[in-house]
Write a protein that binds this ligand. Structure first.
Ligand code: SF4
Length: 588
């Protein structure tokens, strides 16, 4: 802004407008205000006082409150929550997951929140209020609730309504009489050390590693259970083993202590001890085997279940908005249970994909903003020194993020392999971008961005699903946008069975009936595929069953069945595998 001062000549300017020493900007602003006031007076407009929402000053959550304050969290599946719970306890926090949101929570959210929010806002905000009300019903006083509980959730600054969650929580809490209840934010866009971290909740490297490990293990355990359940020969076995292994993994996380530099070594290293501890924690994460050996035990437990892989089932890949595709309750009409009841195998979406997407978007941002700082333009081409400096800075930033991507991916895949390798590896973000970008600009942020479109193509093209079901919350802006793009996708990929379902608090029967219709098509596709592989390989179902009886190890879920190109279903892939095995056996 200019600091030039205005030096009026008394004969040129009215004395009441210009004072000696005013800047040009001051004069302009004053004249503008006067003119606005005059026009408003003439138009008969009353000037109203504007009340902008301001983040209320909350009492901080301090370190000494840790022992008697419960950290509430939620919004994921019970498997993720159980492990996050264990990780938080292992870090020294008292923690409790709020129950899975139901329709009543949705109605509570509507009652106490703003109008016109998206569906997950109502569900999650209402769920917290409902939980606090239930504490009150159990005899905990309101003062005690406000004093002894805090809520910990993810936040963002937009561009979709996710940016409004924090404000919505606070508004609904105030409207429901829990004014002063503390909401702690974990910013989606923040780094390893969150800037607004309260001293009571230390968002440091130990915290992030603990939470990420818990989320990754939760993802893989979840997927493994969904992959086994439809094929179990004894109903309920997969759930029984899942319960047992989740209890066990919860204990593993609860008793795991963050890696620390030895005290003697710390003294010896002096000023370098912090860096050494940082590096040590990373190395311990990459090389340590606490989780992998525990996961091997879970794998062996899962492997006690008997499965019948020759059941022909369509694989339904779930995509859509982050929360709607994750929750296992009324928020998506209990869709996963419904699909399993209807005879499908559900391929759930890991939270890991979204974490990778977040990193990927930052890499893209660095690429787009390369050399542009605060509106600066690139130096001319002959200014080699300056250009080289920009280039090196940019490459360093990107290299760090790419390293983070590589580490995260390899840690995730380590868990997949430790659990028997039956869960899928994470989809490659660069491939997803390449697939999705022609239909949905990959720089358009908010929600799942281009991922919804890209995953639809990815899972259909790679023969990983017979049908893609996208669960889209009512009022979701990014999902509505990607729905428009999906019509172009479907017209380009004719064999795709794609169904978008709008999830709101009501309308479950209608949604289920639409899914049933599309699922009918997917079942036919799976049956035709199965008949075709039997025919191509010259086998009958009875011959396949006889082979399985002669090879009882193939009745175990961890028995490895390779994926045959162009074949989607488990049963069809199994037939291809039996055919290969028979060829080898006959040759010997
Ligand atoms: S992605 Fe959609 S549903 Fe999710 S917070 Fe944003 S607007 Fe709401």
């Amino acid at each position: 802004m200019s600091t030039q001062t205005f030096e009026p000549k008394a004969s040129q300017q009215p004395a009441n407008l210009v004072q000696i020493g005013d800047s040009i900007e001051d004069v302009i602003q004053r004249r503008l205000a006067e003119e606005r006031a005059r026009l408003e007076r003439e138009a008969g407009l009353q000037q109203r006082e504007v009340h902008h929402f301001k983040r209320p000053q909350e009492r901080p959550f301090t370190k000494d409150e840790r022992t008697h304050t419960t950290l509430l969290f939620g919004g994921l599946t019970w498997k993720h929550e159980k492990l996050v719970h264990g990780a938080l306890e292992g870090l020294g926090y008292k923690a409790q997951a709020v129950p899975t949101p139901n329709v009543k929570a949705f109605q509570t959210g509507k009652e106490y929140g703003n109008n016109g929010q998206c569906n997950p806002t109502y569900f999650t905000v209402g769920n917290l209020v409902q939980f606090l009300q239930s504490l009150e019903e159990q005899g905990v006083s309101r003062e005690e609730i406000i004093d002894k509980y805090v809520f910990f959730t993810a936040g963002a600054c937009g561009p979709c309504r996710f940016g409004m969650y924090e404000a919505e929580y606070r508004l609904a809490l105030r409207n429901s009489g829990f004014d002063g209840f503390r909401v702690l934010l974990f910013q989606q866009s923040g780094g390893l050390s969150q800037s607004d971290a309260e001293a009571g909740l230390e968002m440091n490297l130990d915290f992030f590693l603990g939470i990420l490990n818990a989320l990754n293990c939760g993802d893989v355990m979840n997927e493994v259970a969904y992959a086994i359940r439809p094929y179990e020969t004894q109903a309920g076995e997969a759930d029984r083993v899942l319960d047992e292994t989740m209890e066990y993994m919860h204990e593993v996380f609860r008793t795991k202590r963050p890696w620390k530099l030895d005290e003697g070594m710390s003294k010896y290293l002096g000023g370098f001890s912090d860096t050494a501890e940082y590096i040590g924690k990373f190395v311990n994460q990459i090389r340590g085997d606490e989780y992998t050996s525990a996961l091997h035990k879970c794998r062996d437990q899962f492997n006690t279940i008997e499965v019948d892989r020759l059941r022909v089932k369509p694989i339904v890949k779930i995509t859509g908005e982050f929360w709607a595709q994750t929750t296992e309750g009324d928020g998506n009409f209990n869709m996963f249970k419904f699909l399993e009841r209807e005879g499908a195998q559900v391929l759930v979406e890991p939270i890991g994909t979204w974490i990778m997407y977040m990193m990927h978007q930052v890499v893209q941002k660095y690429k787009d903003f390369k050399g542009l700082e605060e509106g600066a333009v690139l130096p001319p081409i002959w200014n080699v020194g300056k250009r080289a400096k920009i280039e090196i800075g940019y490459r360093q930033k990107v290299a760090k993020l790419k390293l983070a991507e590589a580490i995260f991916k390899s840690e995730y895949h380590k868990i997949v392999d430790s659990l028997g390798g039956i869960a899928h590896h994470l989809a490659d973000q660069y491939e997803l971008q390449r697939l999705g970008h022609p239909f949905y600009n990959s720089r358009a942020g908010g929600g799942e961005g281009h991922l919804e479109v890209a995953k639809n193509i990815y899972y259909s093209n790679k023969d990983l699903a017979h049908m893609v079901l996208s669960v889209k919350p009512f009022g979701c802006m990014p999902s509505t946008q990607s729905d428009g793009a999906q019509s172009a996708v479907v017209s380009n990929y004719k064999d795709m069975i794609y169904l978008p379902i709008e999830t709101s608090g009501e309308g479950e029967i209608n949604a289920h009936s639409r899914v049933q219709m599309a699922l009918g098509e997917a079942k036919n596709k799976a049956k035709k595929e199965f008949a075709q592989v039997l025919e191509t390989n010259g086998l009958t179902l009875d011959q396949c069953r006889a082979w399985v009886e002669a090879h009882p190890e193939a009745k175990r879920p961890m028995y490895h069945v390779p994926h045959t190109k162009g074949v989607i279903g488990q049963a069809a892939n199994f037939v291809c595998h039996i055919a290969e095995q028979l060829k080898t056996e006959r040759a010997n």
